[in-house]
Design a protein around this ligand. Structure first.
Ligand code: DGJ
Length: 731
């Protein structure tokens, strides 16, 4: 890493001298040398900020790079302030609201200095220091630009040197203005088993809030990611679209404020609801990062930007192939013993799965984990079920050429557990309220240091003595409904959900640091925790307990807007009783896994599964995991879904088509992202065991241009028909 290649910066003192009102004449196109402008630039986008002659920091534009920027005659109106503050004349939604130690409720931030540091490979960090005009309150806006990926990451650091605590009531990570004629917002909402459902709406004047107030498993009802299309509803390949994703696993707020000048401000960050934070002098409050990307090539490009960014910076070990998992949750639930598990290893070997993942139910002795009513918190192997322990199981798996992984839920406790009997005060709860259980469990209070240490020991004491464990599924099955801590003092109860999530990241970071080779899946009762705050510690995530492939097409479609295919664990199960080929084809478009008792399948089904897994490992995994995604036909708009992945050299392509409603009309699928000049040989893969193939162009060679303009007819007509077509470049 060549840190600190270029440093630029200057002081507000010199600006004040140089920027007397007379200097700011009529609006004029600025040059990049204009010292009043701060430009945050990526390959195609640019955010331009302006230091007004009143000392405040304003936003001029965010959108296409390279457009001329008019320098305002004088300080713009306060509505254009880049990081608006409450009080002192401002009347809109603030990004910062702080009450000073003396009770003054206003802030007045002015520019002090900024510095841009070029980091490695097209990445640069600009730190803009602001200070209250009177109080020693310092706010640093941090903007990291990822040039090649067209992503801008923003977070905010707040500190002060007042005589007592400053109370933060609002503390957005980022609050840019997104300027268009009209605005369409797409959220990804849902609930358990119907996650990431797209819902697009036209924004009218006023405030629209997407949020979570539940602290843990916080994206149960919607993920902290959205699309904002300018001037028309979001389309795949055309139009201006912003994508936003908050890297935070706790309660969040995404507030869209459309003002009387038709200016849309998007205030994004930790949810300030019931979360005022008393910041002590000398301490720094660092907000989570907000990730932005912009494209005038539609939401397809927005997704590809996020995926490329994630593969380079956002997720663990992106180049490492995700193993084909065989999970036992759907097959056995809590009901298993050692011989059952060992016999499942044989099935894993037979179908070519690479890692066996032992799910919930392996621990607890005085309170055995035989259902979800007991045992959480008691992380000792259940000696009745598994008398020889975890290392024995890992060794048995290895003897069959299969790796071994384990399920953990370190943040939770059942009241029926040794842990709760010993430490009832470790649970999140409120005095004088009847304890409210969800899935018979409580959240542990990670704001308490001993609890944090306990959660870390759950991981360390499981992985340390059992070096054969190569994979962890980290689950979290309840959210917070009674936010109270016996650790935090009365005036800091409102810190609980914030402190919890920062502490959670510390535990996750320790896991990655001490066990860098143990891969990890992020899970939360389905996908109640999916965000780039947690994903940097994980290789992939569990999108939903709904593994019916018909539903999964939609769920995977939703998540694909922000997260690359390698992060989506797509497991083949018998849920919905769909044809095995359809279930496999749906799962092949992400990180393939299986969740069933392979021995109960017919020999035919086992062969189908084994052939699909072999195809995935040999031909498709690298392409799907590292390729660029093009969503071709949305399951929301028609009877089928279609998508293709393209390798970086455009020589290798795979097309997936899933028929969700019958359709007899011959409708070609038009591919995208191909090299128009190149000739591709077409081959339908994952064919039935008898080798029959209905694809009319099987084995033919077509050029990229005609595949994109005329398309090809997939052999899918009936509900749950599916087709996977591989294209290999010949020149
Ligand atoms: C919820 C997860 O989503 C499931 O996959 C499974 O791991 C169960 N928890 C186990 O309790």
């Amino acid at each position: 890493m060549s840190n600190m290649i270029r440093v630029s910066g200057w002081l507000f003192a010199s600006l004040l001298l140089a920027s007397a009102p007379t200097l700011l004449g009529a609006d004029a196109a600025s040059t990049s040398a204009d010292p009043r402008l701060i430009r945050i630039t990526t390959a195609h986008s640019e955010l331009v900020l302006f230091m007004g002659d009143d000392g405040r920091l304003y936003q001029l534009t965010y959108g296409s790079a390279g457009l001329p920027v008019s320098v305002p005659k004088r300080a713009p109106s306060r509505e254009a302030e880049f990081h608006p503050q409450y009080g002192d004349g401002f009347i809109c939604e603030p990004a910062l609201q702080a009450t000073h130690a003396d009770g003054n409720t206003s802030s007045a931030l002015v520019y002090v200095r900024h510095q841009t540091t070029a980091l490695d490979s097209g990445v640069s960090l600009t730190r803009i220091e602001l200070k209250d005009r009177f109080y020693p309150l310092f706010v640093t806006l941090c903007l990291k630009s990822y040039g090649q990926e067209d992503v801008i990451e923003q977070w905010t650091e707040i500190r002060h040197e007042e005589t007592g605590a400053v109370t933060l009531y609002r503390f957005a990570s980022s609050a840019p203005i997104l300027k268009g004629k009209e605005y369409w917002l797409t959220q990804f909402q849902g609930d358990y088993s119907r996650e990431a459902t797209l819902a697009e709406e036209h924004l009218g004047p006023g405030l629209k809030i997407l949020d979570s107030k539940i602290g843990v498993r916080a994206s149960r009802f919607r993920i902290p990611s959205f699309l904002l299309a300018l001037n028309a509803p979001a389309k795949e390949e055309v139009g201006e679209v912003f994508g936003g994703s908050l890297a935070w696993s706790g309660s969040y707020q995404l507030a869209f404020d459309l003002d009387w000048n038709n200016r849309l401000r998007a205030l994004c960050g930790i949810n300030p609801f019931a979360s005022q934070y008393h910041l002590k002098p000398g301490r720094t409050f660092t907000t989570p990062a907000m990730l932005w990307t912009w494209s005038d090539q539609g939401k397809g490009q927005v997704s590809r930007n996020f995926h490329r960014w994630a593969r380079r910076y956002g997720i663990r070990d992106a180049p490492q192939p995700r193993p084909v998992l065989l999970n036992n949750w759907e097959a056995t639930g809590f009901k298993f013993d050692e011989p059952t598990i060992v016999s499942l290893f044989d099935g894993a070997k037979e179908i070519g799965a690479e890692t066996f993942l032992l799910d919930d139910g392996w621990f607890g002795n005085r309170h055995p984990r035989n259902d979800d009513k007991a045992g959480l918190g008691d992380w000792q192997v259940n000696t009745n079920k598994l008398p020889h322990g975890l290392s024995y199981l890992a060794a048995e798996a290895r003897r069959r050429g299969v790796n071994f992984g384990i399920w953990l839920e370190p943040e939770m406790v059942n009241p029926a557990s040794d842990l709760f009997e010993q430490h009832p005060e470790w649970a999140i709860r409120q005095p004088h309220r009847e304890l409210e259980l969800s899935r018979n469990q409580l959240d542990l209070d990670l704001s308490r240091p001993e609890v944090c240490e306990f959660a870390w020991k759950v991981i360390d004491d499981t992985l340390g003595p059992n070096p054969g464990i190569s994979y962890v599924k980290w689950d979290a099955n309840r959210y917070v409904t009674q936010p109270g801590s016996t650790y935090l003092p009365p005036d800091e109860q409102s810190h609980l959900l914030i402190d919890y999530n920062f502490a959670l990241y510390d535990v996750m970071a320790r896991m990655v640091q001490k066990y860098p080779r143990v891969m990890a899946m992020l899970c939360s009762g389905g996908s109640g925790r999916v965000d780039y705050g947690a994903l940097k510690y994980f290789n992939s995530f569990w999108p939903s307990d709904n593994t019916d492939p018909r539903s999964r097409v939609l769920i995977q479609w939703g998540f694909s807007h922000f997260f690359p295919a390698s992060t989506l664990c797509n497991h083949v199960t018998r849920m919905g009783k769909r044809p095995m080929k359809f279930a496999l084809d749906v799962a092949l478009s992400g990180a393939l896994g299986v969740d069933m008792d392979v021995r109960r399948l017919s020999p035919e089904e086992r062969k189908t599964l084994a052939a699909g897994i072999a195809l995935y490992k040999n031909d498709l995994r690298e392409l799907v995991s590292q390729g660029d995604l093009y969503r071709l036909e949305s399951p929301y708009d028609g009877p089928r879904a279609a998508l293709n992945y393209v390798s970086s050299d455009r020589a290798h392509v795979v097309l997936f088509v899933y028929q969700l409603k019958p359709n007899d009309a011959d409708q070609p699928v038009k591919l995208r992202g191909l090299d128009p000049q190149r000739h591709y040989r077409l081959r339908e893969v994952n064919l039935p065991q008898d080798g029959s193939c209905q694809f009319a162009k099987q084995g033919q060679v077509l050029d990229g241009a005609s595949l994109m303009s005329d398309g090809l007819l997939p052999p899918t007509h009936k509900d749950c028909d599916s087709s996977v077509i591989e294209l290999v470049g010949e020149n």
